[in-house]
Design a protein around this ligand. Sequence first.
Ligand code: ITT
Length: 200
Amino acid sequence: MRIILASNNPDKLREIREILTPLGFEVVSQSEAGCHFEAEETGATFLENARIKARAAMEATGEPCVADDSGIEIDAMGGGPGVYSSRYCGDSTYEETCQKIIKIVNCSDDRSARFVCAVVCAMPDGGEISCEGVLEGSIGLQYEGENGFGYDPIFIPKGMGRSMACLTDEEKNAISHRGQAFRKFAKKLSEYMENGETKE
Ligand code: ITT
């Protein structure tokens, strides 16, 4: 099945293709589908923002469109940057921003953090599929690893001794917030195609 991904983030596109292609999907980016816009993320939650992006792309293309809204929640930062994870960098690089976060977290005795991914698929018939994935972990003492993107070099998944950026894409997708959410999505979509509805 062909599905349009309402995202302008090439790292997400790569990971989502690696997750969904073996499950029988052809993932087309919104720009490949002729949509060259960025929906404004005005929602207060990952789910609301994913819905905004998915609906905007579905209305523009008339096809089923799936969006990922994701980010990192850091307990020593009151759960931030959360939905602002992309905007938190401002004009700085991810490496500079990660170094800043390490300093903030070093002043706390709580290093816990999690990656969250909300997925919404908007259907042309008005239907919707939504799911979420969460990966618990902690903020590392140093910036390490060269794979992945964004905050991966400072995030140590629970039970691991190295950052997410030290994992291959395959290893990351097997445990990540995004891998969990999109595998749930694939299952719910096949139920939707059979029944026109989803089960929790
Ligand atoms: P689209 O909205 O176009 O999909 P975006 O990058 O703006 O792209 P989000 O608004 O969902 O997407 O912000 C997600 C940010 O959260 C992302 O830019 C990273 O900073 C961070 N993030 C999400 N998933 C991540 C991951 O797997 N590894 C590292 N950082 C991640």
